[in-house]
Design a protein around this ligand. Sequence first.
Ligand code: NAD
Length: 498
Amino acid sequence: MHQIHHYLNGSIVQGRSGRFAPVYNPATGEQSAQVDLASADETREAVRVAHDAFAGWSKVTPLKRSRILFKFKALVEAHADELARLIASEHGKVFSDAKGEVTRGLEVVEFACGIPHLQKGEHSMNVGTGVDSYSMMQPLGVCAGISPFNFPAMVPMWMFPIALACGNTFVMKPSEKDPSTSNRLAELLQEAGLPDGVFNVVNGDKESVDVLLTDERVQAVSFVGSTPIAEYIYATASAHGKRVQALGGAKNHMVIMPDADLDQAVGALMGAAYGSAGERCMAISVAVPVGEETASRLREKLVAELGKLRVGPGLVDGPDNDMGPLITREHLEKVKGYIQAGADEGAELVVDGRDASIEGDGFFLGGSLFDHVTPGMRIHREEIFGPVLAIARAASFDDAVKMINDHEFGNGTAIFTRDGDAARQYCEQIQVGMVGVNVPIPVPMAFHSFGGWKRSLFGPLHMHGPDGVRFNTRMKTITQRWPSGIREETNHFTMPTH
Ligand code: NAD
């Protein structure tokens, strides 16, 4: 059985805890590997290595750090196909989608290459007579990243490139369900010239996460995953004095106005709802057509498109499938349970993905479509994280906005319309962190920041972009005066007002 170990101080290191987790090929249902689960002591060892490396790395000039990231970018590009195959084999998503996530991660590396400019700080001359003031954006120390299964390359790359560029060292704890990509990225960082110990990978579960949340040498924790765990991460790490950004779950709605180009909206909706088998935090899981006529036309077109959905393995010889399997058998059963719950609660199950027959024991499920879903139902309240789209009809624009604003989550949303005024009202009123206008999955580019509102994000700062630089640095402001001919006449006992 293939073994997946940790990556510490520039080498692959075998775990010593005797604890393992299975890694599956979701397309066949077979276990393909087992990954070491670090003990608390092994995790502390990774933190120590990163802590020891900080003194040296933080003194490397921003320009030299940036040059290493430029080399890393070139290496990731050269190995993009290999990384995408690795992702597809452990996660299950189709090859082109896996390659897309590598590209989106690379964009953050490209942004981080600009660190000499991004970390310049601010300067003011003569804030008082003969007095200058400037701010420095200094690195924090050891930063930790804890990532979910659904983007094994992109989400770690939301976190570590900016942290490293800012002069921090890093301990990455990837999802135990598809851990191999992080180790491969660690090898490529080393090949790019990153000094040993600056980037480390600890594979593990709650035992190692708890060390990262509480060890006093860890300064900052970036987390992406489900809301209950995000909340726990935020509460625990904050209570231990760390700065935290913890991104959680989602339930993303797409409003379709009566004037929308319906073919465009349906095309966008199909990819946004069923792409990556719905296992995206920015997936659209609720379509909100405004008005009965819009709803009927939308439903008819969706049913027709669902009939053409190609479900199958992520790695095939010919053209890619549209959608691969789910991550584990357990998750497959959970999503099937939601489909049953929706039907039991009285939603109309228009297309039942459980009917799809795909050969073999892979964790496959066809695309499902519900109509007449209402806010009280579990399939509207909870994140399903599978290929299940709900149509929740709204009588008016205001009803649609209220339905979304009343929801627990506020990660992403979209409106499809030709009416600029409706779009503008929507952008202003909606209580969601990322909004698309005729764009179904409005993931901000690397040079903007990514983050939801409400219970989709805990902590003040979003990920990557300008917030990423703020999160990974600590500002220090210097006010200085040098002896000169200017002499104060008297002592000052009151606040200086210059
Ligand atoms: P998860 O919360 O189960 O796991 C995320 C990470 O937390 C993993 O590394 C896991 O090992 C660790 N973990 C799990 N249980 C833990 C515990 N009790 N204590 C400490 N650590 C624990 O999430 P997942 O199933 O891997 O990923 C899917 C979730 O991630 C979905 O809810 C999805 O919406 C969310 N997600 C959110 C975003 C976003 O940007 N908001 C992006 C991607 C995924």
